[in-house]
Design a protein around this ligand. Structure first.
Ligand code: GUN
Length: 285
């Protein structure tokens, strides 16, 4: 049976280091501040935003929420971003995605000052990650790397297969694994021989968004399996992309859903927020 990777415990450790660092910054007169913008009333987004605010409070990070109605115009949203770019007590800006239909998410992300882009979604930060000269790591992929390291999984030289090529997870995930000297394959809906490729993976990362997409016959015995998916099963219960009950029997380690990658995303957001505060105040990161 696989070792279950406890994302909550690893995230709690990261959050504690963030809390200690925040205390040290406050002694220097710096209070890290995060602005969270939510547009519309998507219930999942509401839950994420609440969790982010709660995590900020626990870590001693100042946070502001801007909850806008779904009828908000592009111009109004852009104006808010500009205001937050200029706001001295705000070091990080996060606009919760997805935005309601009709709003241009790309334009919003590009309007965020790169030094406040704690999601690392701005093209300038994406480019920095590609080059390997970055301040902010994308939260979910960075959380995955931390989880692998927490159980001693060596990445260097290993076959790493990422299923999914989104800008938020798949692509930056592949890049971070490459930075760790993994041999990386990205699979997607057009990939041929998906099963055979996945079976080569020493480290398999699922970021598809389809429940039970990764079945046991796609997993090499002894592989490390990380499940980034957040789906609902037939009974409305949260589940990932991996058939956990079956894959658990052959993997060496595996993340559960919930309680795996999810808690790490927020922990890494907090870390990026203190990095932003340090950068903006000339403190070494
Ligand atoms: N929606 C789902 N995940 C994320 C995230 O990491 N950042 C933002 N801004 N929106 C999201």
């Amino acid at each position: 049976m696989a070792q279950i990777i406890d994302g909550k415990a690893v995230a709690a450790k990261v959050r504690e280091t963030v809390r200690v660092e925040t205390e040290a910054l406050k002694e220097k007169g710096i209070t890290p501040g995060l602005a969270v913008v939510i547009v519309g009333d998507d219930p999942a987004s509401r839950t994420y935003v609440n969790n982010k605010k709660k995590a900020c409070a626990q870590a001693g990070i100042y946070s502001e929420e801007y909850a806008l109605p779904a009828s908000t115009t592009q111009a109004e949203l852009m104006e808010l971003v500009e205001k937050l770019n200029a706001k001295k007590d705000i070091n990080g800006i996060l606009v919760q995605s997805p935005l309601p239909e009709g709003l241009d998410e790309t334009a919003v992300v590009e309007a965020i000052a790169p030094e406040k882009d704690v999601d690392a979604f701005h093209p300038s930060n994406v480019g920095r990650i590609m080059i390997g000269n970055f301040h902010f790591l994308p939260c979910t992929p960075a959380g995955v790397i931390e989880l692998l390291k927490s159980v001693g999984v060596e990445i260097s030289g290993k076959n790493c297969v990422v299923i999914g090529r989104s800008n938020i997870v798949g692509k930056p995930m592949a890049m971070l694994l490459l930075h760790e000297n993994g041999t990386v394959t990205i699979c997607h809906s057009k990939t041929r021989n998906l099963k055979e490729i996945c079976r080569q993976a020493d480290i398999l990362i699922a970021a598809v968004g389809r429940r039970r997409f990764v079945t046991a016959d796609m997993v090499k015995p002894g592989a490390a399996v990380i499940d980034v998916g957040i789906n609902r099963d037939e009974n409305g219960k949260l589940c990932g992309d991996v058939d956990f009950a079956e894959v658990e029997k052959i993997a060496s380690c595996i993340t559960p859903v919930p309680g795996g990658v999810g808690p790490m995303t927020i922990a890494m957001l907090l870390r990026n927020t203190i990095t932003a505060a340090k950068l903006q105040n000339g403190v070494e990161t």
